[in-house]
Write a protein that binds this ligand. Structure first.
Ligand code: CU
Length: 132
């Protein structure tokens, strides 16, 4: 085999192995993130539309990852008292996103609410989590 041929064959083998390795590592990364059911939640004061969506539907038995985005200029908070969330309660500063995880290990309808005094209508800033 000529030297150039040898180099070309070696390169082809390396590229093939590299591609296969990349596909497998991407697959395993994808599977790991699929362990979680992702939910986006937007925090707004009641006079500005309230939580969006106000009813969150999640599948029973799954690990849930909530991304809560505060699109306002005041701080909000989040609590879901019927579940063992991590963290147990959060402050969501103006413009920030926080991540809350928990296992949806109970079926039914459960309240979530704002835990920061954000406006006169603060007490109405609540929503429902539906686990089905
Ligand atoms: Cu609030």
């Amino acid at each position: 085999m000529k030297r150039n041929e040898f180099i070309a064959v070696t390169l082809m083998i390396l590229v093939t192995i590299g591609t296969i390795a990349a596909v497998f590592s991407y697959e395993s990364y994808r599977r790991r993130s699929a362990e979680y059911f992702f939910v986006e939640l937007i925090a707004r004061s009641p006079n500005n539309g309230n939580w969006y969506p106000k009813e969150l539907k999640v599948p029973y038995g799954k690990k849930i990852k909530l991304h809560i985005r505060n699109i306002e200029t005041v701080s909000h908070g989040f609590a879901l008292p019927d579940f063992d969330t991590e963290p147990s309660s959060s402050e969501i500063k103006a413009g920030e996103v926080v991540e809350v995880t928990f296992v949806a290990d109970k079926r039914g309808s459960f309240p979530f609410m704002c835990t920061a005094w954000c406006s006169e209508e603060h007490m109405q800033m609540n929503g429902k989590l539906l686990v089905e």
